[in-house]
Design a protein around this ligand. Structure first.
Ligand code: ADP
Ligand code: MG
Length: 471
C-alpha cells in the first residue's frame, strides 16, 4: 500500500510515529546515562591503576636513593633518577635533603598548579646503627593526562557498541509495536475507509487476546449487524417503494374517472346539472381530484428518487422556451393574485442536455411556491444566465420569506414551515425536496436565500460539464 493512499496510517501523526518518538527518547536517554556511568567508572579505574604504577616506581626508588643521600653521592642520585625518562608520564622529580635543599632533579621545573599534575612525596629513610633515620624526601610529579588517549579509544569503541545496541533495541521495539498495534490498526482503518468510500463492509482479519483484539472483534460484530441491518433496510425500502407504486397506480385509476367525469359535469357535456349547487360541487370535486393526483404523483416521484429508480431522459433543452412555457402554465394564478412577473434572461443561452420534464417540474415547483407565498400585487422575477461559468436559473419573489433556521428543513420531504403565516395554503411539503433531488440527479444544486417578510430567491445551478455536453 502506498503512503499516499493511506495517509492516515502513514502520516506523521500516526500512533506508530508517536510511539517511535517516545522510544527514541527513552532508549537514547537510558543508553546515554548508562554510557556516562560506565565511562566514568573506567576513567576512575585507569586513574587508580596509573597512581598505583607510579607509587610502586617511587617505592622502588626510595631505598637506593636514601642510601646515596646518606652518602651524599650526588652523581649516583642523578643516575638514579635517569630511568624515569622511560616513563613518559613523569614530568619532574626532586631529591631533597632534610633542610629542603635540592640534591638532584629530573625534568623541568613546573608550575604545579595544573590539575593534571599529581605529586608523590616519599620520605627517604635509611637504617643506621639499628635506627631508622630520615635523610630527605623524594618528590615525583607525573601527568595523569597520559591516560586520555587510552580513554578516547575506549570511548570510541564503547560509543560504537552503544549505537549498535540502540539500533537493535529500537528495531525490536518498533517491530513489536508494529506487529501488535500497527498491523491491526492499519487493517481496521482500511476497512473503515472501504466502508466510507465504497460502502463495502469488510471483516478485519485479526485476532489477539488483548485490547486491540477485543476492539477488532467488536468492530467485526458491528459490521455484521450493520450488514444485516442494511439488507433489512433495502428489503423494506423495496417493499415500501413497491407498495407506494402499486397504491399510486390503484389510486390514480379511480381518480382519473373522478376528474374526467367531474370535468364533463362541469362542462355539462350531456345536459344541464339542474341546481346551481351541483355545478359548484362538480368544480370542487375536480379541484380536489386534481390536488389528490398531484399529491400522488409527488409521492411516487420522491419514492422513485429515494429508491434510485428515477431515470433521467436527457435531450437538448432550450431554457428560454422552457421558462416561457412554465410561466404560461401559471398565468391564471398570477392573474388571480395580480402578481407582476418579469424575466431577465441572458441572450443566446446554450442548449443543455437535461431531462426536460423533470426540470420543468422544478421550475413549476419554484414558481408555484413563489405565487403561493407572495401576497396579492407582489412581484416575481425569473433570471437565467451565467454564474461562475455555471448556468443558473433563479426565481425571486416578494413573499413572506422563510426564517433562517428553517432553510435546511424545507428541503426535506413533507417539511412545511411557518404554519402561523400560511396555514391555510395547501401543499404537501414535497415540491422543494423533489426539486432539490432532481437537481442533484443532474449533477447540479439548489440554493435558497430568504429573508422573513421580504422575499425569497431560489436558484438552481447546472454545472459546467453540462455545458460541454451540449450537442
Ligand atoms: N417562495 C417561498 N416563499 C416562502 N416560503 C416558501 C417558498 N418556497 C417554499 N417555502 C416554504 O417551504 C415549504 C416547503 O415547500 P414545498 O416543498 O414546495 O412544499 P409545499 O409547497 O407543498 O408546501 C413551504 O411549505 C414553505 O413553508
Ligand atoms: Mg411547493
Amino acid at each position: 500500500m502506498s503512503s499516499h493512499e493511506y495517509g492516515v496510517t502513514m502520516g506523521v501523526s500516526t500512533l506508530r510515529s508517536k510511539l517511535l518518538a517516545v522510544q527514541i527518547i527513552v532508549v537514547s536517554l537510558a543508553l546515554v546515562l548508562f554510557f556516562i556511568f560506565m565511562e566514568y567508572n573506567r576513567y576512575r579505574v585507569l586513574e587508580e591503576e596509573l597512581s598505583e604504577r607510579f607509587e610502586s616506581i617511587a617505592d622502588s626508588l626510595v631505598a637506593p636513593i636514601a642510601n646515596s643521600v646518606w652518602n651524599y653521592d650526588l652523581q649516583t642520585l642523578q643516575i638514579a633518577l635517569a630511568p624515569l625518562s622511560y616513563n613518559p608520564g613523569f614530568v619532574t622529580a626532586y631529591i631533597k635533603d632534610n633542610d629542603g635543599d635540592v640534591l638532584a632533579s629530573y625534568g623541568e621545573q613546573q608550575n604545579l598548579t595544573s590539575p593534571d599534575h599529581i605529586s608523590i612525596l616519599k620520605t627517604l629513610e635509611t637504617l643506621r646503627f639499628g635506627k631508622v633515620k630520615t635523610v630527605g624526601t623524594l618528590q615525583l610529579i607525573y601527568n595523569k593526562s597520559v591516560n586520555n588517549e587510552q580513554m578516547l579509544k575506549h570511548l570510541l569503541i564503547d560509543g560504537l557498541i552503544l549505537l549498535i545496541i540502540a539500533g537493535v533495541l529500537l528495531w525490536v521495539t518498533t517491530f513489536t509495536v508494529q506487529r501488535l498495534i500497527g498491523v491491526p490498526l492499519q487493517r481496521l482503518i482500511l476497512s473503515i475507509q472501504d466502508a466510507k468510500s465504497s460502502n463495502k463492509r469488510q471483516q478485519v482479519d485479526w485476532s489477539s487476546k488483548d485490547e486491540i483484539g477485543y476492539l477488532v472483534q467488536a468492530y467485526n460484530d458491528l459490521q455484521k449487524k450493520q450488514i444485516a441491518y442494511e439488507n433489512d433496510l433495502q428489503k423494506s425500502n423495496k417493499a415500501k417503494s413497491d407498495f407506494i407504486a402499486n397504491m399510486s397506480h390503484e389510486l390514480r385509476t379511480p381518480l382519473n374517472a373522478i376528474i374526467g367525469f367531474s370535468q364533463m359535469m362541469t362542462h355539462q357535456t350531456f345536459g344541464e346539472l339542474g341546481d346551481k349547487h351541483y355545478e359548484q360541487y362538480a368544480i370542487d370535486i375536480e379541484k380536489s381530484g386534481q390536488h389528490l393526483l398531484e399529491l400522488i404523483n409527488d409521492i411516487l416521484d420522491i419514492s422513485k428518487i429515494e429508491a434510485g429508480r428515477f431515470k433521467l431522459r436527457k435531450s437538448k433543452v432550450d431554457l428560454n422556451g422552457l421558462i416561457e412555457s412554465t410561466i404560461q402554465m401559471v398565468k391564471p394564478e398570477l392573474g388571480e393574485k395580480q402578481i407582476e412577473i418579469t424575466t431577465d434572461i441572458t441572450a443566446n443561452l446554450p442548449q443543455l442536455m437535461l431531462d426536460q420534464t423533470s426540470i420543468k417540474q422544478v421550475l413549476l415547483n419554484l414558481l408555484s411556491n413563489s405565487i403561493k407565498f407572495t401576497p396579492n400585487h407582489g412581484e416575481i422575477k425569473i433570471k437565467a444566465g451565467y454564474s461562475n461559468h455555471n448556468l443558473m436559473i433563479s426565481v425571486d419573489d416578494t413573499g413572506c420569506g422563510i426564517a433562517h433556521e428553517d432553510l435546511e428543513r424545507v428541503l426535506k420531504p413533507f417539511e412545511q414551515v411557518g404554519d402561523v403565516y400560511h396555514k391555510e395554503r395547501e401543499g404537501t411539503g414535497l415540491g422543494l425536496s423533489i426539486s432539490n433531488k432532481i437537481m442533484e440527479l443532474h449533477g447540479g444544486t439548489l440554493e435558497i436565500e430568504s429573508s422573513l417578510g421580504v422575499g425569497t430567491t431560489v436558484s438552481v445551478y447546472f454545472p459546467k460539464n453540462h455545458l460541454s455536453q451540449v450537442a
